[in-house]
Design a protein around this ligand. Sequence first.
Ligand code: HEM
Length: 308
Amino acid sequence: MGRSINAQDNPQSEYVKAIHDMGRIIMVRFARPWLQFEFLYKRTQWGRLEKKSLEILHKFSLDTIKQRKMEYKRLKSQKIGKEETSISGKKKRQAFLDLLIEYSEENEFLTEENIREEVDTFMFEGHDTTAAGINWAIYLIGRHPEIQEKVYRELELIFGRSERPASSADIREMKYLECCIKESLRLIPSVPFFARNLTEDMIIAVILYALHRDPKHFPDPLKFQPERFLPENSMKRNPYAYVPFSAGPRNCIGQKFALLEEKVVLSSLFRKFRVESLGKFEDLKLTGDLIMRPEEEMFVKIFPRNET
Ligand code: HEM
């Protein structure tokens, strides 16, 4: 969306806190039938916290839209924007939010509220999921030195001694790293379940956490084994046995982007550092939130490659 929240310098960011609180609140309410009554719920500490958190989240999205609208108008007045070309001479793709803003200027039925809802969805789906995925991948790769060496050897082949940032072509070559990301999302899917509002009777519940650990499709399911995702090993697997991004018409719109983002971050780390994860995987407690996060802090040791 073109907005920086400096979350790493400021882990206490109220946006980040509100996101975490909302994940918890939704799960708490979901599991307590008496909290389904609106009049009761809004008087509880959870109802009050939800109101406060939503205010923070909606304000953040609205501010982002406002800032971008101003920028859009400024660029438009200078006749930059859609036709803008980058230094390489290629046409720049339009940012998602600019697209919505432009559309709403020409079509009244796309209200500010509608844009805000889209921005909310993308902001949430676009960061916490990937961040959790990266977190788990680092941890799991850090627990398996032999797998980490394979990751490193692949990166060494791609980059050699070069310090250049990863290009699209480099990213395509990161085949083993991609297997590791997929295997992490199998063992600990960032989104552990999804649900549907049914319009006709049917029984449905997709618990990814359980589905991805079905020994019928993934023998020795608790083992972190990226080779499961090599083409020769996944070809015959039922395509619905592994669905970290859901499936069907409402699946994740950002899945390719998410993989790309994870590869960029993880390759940057593993090119230069060796990671050692502390504590046992079996002892890790997971949150029952909307996003699968560790209950407590997770610790890894990081060693610069050129010193080991
Ligand atoms: C590892 C990272 C990610 C995972 C595991 C993930 C997972 C999912 C899942 C399981 C759903 C479907 C939920 C359902 O079926 O009800 C979903 C939907 C969605 N995701 Fe992702 N996601 C990730 C990253 C992203 C990113 C980076 C973006 C945006 C840039 C994104 C945008 C969306 C949107 C907009 C939807 C709603 C699509 C719709 O309802 O039609 N996601 N995601």
